[in-house]
Design a protein around this ligand. Sequence first.
Ligand code: GTR
Length: 418
Amino acid sequence: MSGIVLHSHKKLSKLFTHMNRRYALFLLIVVHFTNLYAQEPVKTADYHLPDALKTSQGQIVNTVSDWEKKRRPVILILFEDNIYGQMPDKYEAISFEVTREEPAAMDGKAHLKEVAITVRNNRKPLTIHLVLFTPTSALKPSGVFLLINNRETQNTDPSRKIKSGFWPAEMLIDSGYAIAAFHISNASPDDKNDYRKGVLELYPDQLTADNGMKAIGAWAWAASRVMDYFKTNPDIDFSKVCIVGHSRGGKASLWAGAQDTRFAVVFSSCSGNTGAALSRRQSGETIKVINTNFPHWFNNNYKKYNENVNVLPVDQHMLISLLAPRPVYTTNATEDLWADPVGSYISLLEARSVYGLYGKSSGLTLNVPVPDSPIIRSIMGYHIRKGNHDLTAYDWINFIRFANYHFDSRNSGNGKQN
Ligand code: GTR
């Protein structure tokens, strides 16, 4: 817990010396949670965030045109060079093959397609296996949610014998959305020895470059190839593709959304360090810890910041800024302090200036909202769920509410309506 919170605890302890100890303890717990969720966001380390709107020459960007032409491209390259690696967008060929089809899946509610997306480059093929359910009764084409699945493949079981809150496909279909998923291992195995066996075989020059892509870049790259497929599927509304990821997958969904502006809405669950959380706060997981435990996730250059986060030319609020003016929704969980909920929320707050250039005022409160009280009617949405590090049906219910809100044409002019 932060220095500020601890300090206030000490003062309160003195006050309570004459009180019943159990009563004092109860009050301390209340104060602790009040501080965490209802006070001005708390800093843990002294830090100064780089300004998303200030160029390296010190010029302040204050128009959409200058942001899009001058500042945004520079920030994107800073993230490529220093963190996630390059994102090659050329390949020799791509093909789509429906390997299995069930027109009346889920008791007739959905049409299942399993699609092999094969990309060729460097004379090598790579196949991404997509599971896709489209609703049979909804008006066609449908918006779609694509999950970057970083957990067991059974979470996205096409036979629906196994069902999981991690990918509640029936819920999405009942809400009129298509639902899709691919597994990260198709793009790059999540293993420091094996991560090269995938997308990196198509782009071997990435392996020798210090700003070369590694696993998380490869997962985001694969999400973009699924986009290439969606473009060819007339049942999918290509203007309504939502990308979703949890934790390491949530880091990838943010990076995919930043790189590929075809994603209409970005969802990131408990993404933590090098996801939505600010690195400079150094609360929970740090850059040094993540680079040590997962050396295969980010590029070589990122390791230079292990001991000195303050010289990193970006912080994660600038990743959120790259999503502007598109809607973005991030989550945290009360028991998941490793992912720094406060720092993740401050990221959103700090991205407001860039959304503001587009005339999008957010409905974010100044403080982290209390648990289980989602912010939906806002260009940047957020909730902190009671519970642990996970992606659950509760999260998806709110993702659907957020997408419904933004896909309703009456709300497209502004991010906030109330
Ligand atoms: C943790 C890692 C986090 C997060 C998480 C997950 O071990 O420290 O950054 O990515 O794994 O993916 O569940």
